[in-house]
Design a protein around this ligand. Structure first.
Ligand code: IMP
Length: 445
């Protein structure tokens, strides 16, 4: 099709060992586990980096030299010259957010043409999806609000599943603007029924008039590209956004995002088959945070919670909201390990706990009748009947932020992370003690 990114050439069948096995990276908690930094570390060995779900609700800040980049949609692999970045079919893409990110990269001298590909099957977040998301949150009563990022994520996935969505490949079709008009009118009917402000059809249509020329050069059939790269022996890194407990199926429904943020989503969101995935890495913060509404059994509403927020810089990269903070929850992590089949943990932010005299770990939930949950209950009413069962360990009260070798960590800090590993049955592959690349210990990953 005219105007699309073209990828030609016969597929090569690779027989050999890849520089890095094809790897999926998934958040094990409620998002914000520090995936951005781990992705940056693993990207160095990868050839192709694929984002497979979510949209501009995600966000990470990457600092390279004296330049700061805030990326919501484009994989941070774009900052490495020789990498190919793919926005997979499972992502929902807000085109104006994308153009903003592209401009920012171009202004900083980073070339994106030919290095960034957008799946023609990825659904577009349109202005009316965003308006519907915000109006829906506004009309919900207290206790029913999800606390969404307001980025239009839910309504876009809703339209996808309802088979009325618009895909990136659609911008090149002759009826694109007619469909825009049709859909703004349909959204206006819903907005009117909610008593919300209506959208101006002509204004919205005008916005999308120039879009095809701007995004078409990036749009491609990325399933083909990913398969060819895999067959040619390239290493593929699939990066998940949000986290297991925000997954539409496995999270704390309805207080979840609308996509499959677990490992299974990596296949449906990219087109890479399950048997071509070699390993799954879970990113796990050494304590727990959550942003937005919904249950959080180990939440701390005290000085320790405040200390975690302050030392951990726990403020959202997308909305700036302050994150709720709490003790490490092994029930959540164990459940995430079951659902995702993690081969390794990439544990992050151990240094945030450095000051504490005592650290607590939630090892199980106990229901009001004494029944113990070792993994997360599926029903939130059940969860409401539960209390966390804590185990205590002595804190190390020594700074770990300069440590670069696992053997040099204080013994009490090692005992803590090893306890997290044994409680969840997953070995530690990476341990991070600070935002910089150097503050990363690699233990067999
Ligand atoms: P939505 O994804 O904007 O629909 O928001 C649904 C829920 O997921 C809300 O509680 C958000 O705060 C949460 N959420 C969405 N994206 C992220 C993320 O990247 N990190 C942490 N929480 C997120």
């Amino acid at each position: 099709m005219n105007g699309r990114a073209a990828f030609a050439g016969p597929p090569v069948l690779f027989v050999g060992v890849k520089a890095m096995p094809n790897t999926v990276l998934v958040g094990a908690q409620w998002g914000d586990e520090g995936k951005g930094k781990i992705i940056d570390v693993l990207t160095q060995q990868a050839d192709v980096i694929v984002r497979y779900q979510g949209g501009s609700n995600a966000g990470h800040t990457v600092i390279v030299g004296d330049k700061k980049y805030v990326l919501h949609l484009i994989p941070s692999g774009i900052l490495h010259e020789d990498k190919l970045c793919v926005i997979g079919n499972g992502v929902v893409l807000e085109p104006f957010d994308l153009l903003r990110e592209l401009n920012e990269l171009h202004e900083k001298g980073i070339e994106t043409k030919g290095r960034l590909l957008i799946s023609d099957r990825a659904h577009l977040v349109m202005r009316w999806h965003r308006a519907l998301d915000q109006a829906d949150e506004a009309r919900r009563s207290a206790g029913k609000k999800i606390g969404t990022t307001g980025r239009g994520i839910g309504p876009t996935y809703g339209a996808k599943v309802g088979r009325t969505g618009m895909r990136a490949g659609d911008v090149l079709k002759a009826d694109f603007l007619d469909r825009v008009v049709e859909q703004v009118e349909a959204a206006n009917a819903t907005l009117a029924s909610w008593g919300a402000e209506l959208l101006d059809v002509a204004e919205i249509t005008g916005l999308y008039r120039e879009l095809p020329d701007k995004i078409a050069p990036y749009v491609a059939d990325t399933v083909k590209v990913i398969h060819e790269a895999d067959r040619a022996g390239k290493s593929i890194l699939l990066e998940g956004a949000q986290g297991t407990m925000l997954d539409i199926d496995f999270g704390t429904y309805p207080f979840v995002t609308s996509s499959s943020s677990t490992a299974g989503g990596a296949c449906t969101g990219s087109g890479l088959p399950p048997r071509r995935i070699d390993r799954v890495v879970g990113v796990l913060k050494c304590y727990t945070t959550r942003v937005g509404a919904g249950p959080f059994p180990t939440e701390l509403d005290d000085d320790v919670g405040e200390m975690l927020r302050r030392r951990g810089g726990e403020y959202g990269a997308t909305t700036g909201r302050s994150r709720r903070c709490g003790w490490f929850d092994a029930v959540v992590a164990r459940y995430a390990a079951q659902v995702n089949g993690f081969d390794f943990w990439a544990m992050t932010k151990l240094d945030v706990l450095d000051e504490l005299p005592v650290v607590r770990i939630c090892v199980a939930y106990e229901r009001d009748d004494g029944f113990r949950y070792e993994t997360f209950p599926s029903d939130l009413d059940e969860l409401a009947r539960c209390k966390p069962v804590y185990e205590e360990m002595p804190g190390w009260q020594t700074s770990t932020s300069e440590v670069t070798r696992y053997e040099d960590l204080p013994l009490k800090a090692r005992a803590y992370v090893e306890r997290l590993s044994s409680l969840t049955g997953v070995r530690i592959g990476i341990l991070s003690v600070g935002p910089a690349r150097e503050s990363t210990m690699r233990l067999g990953l």
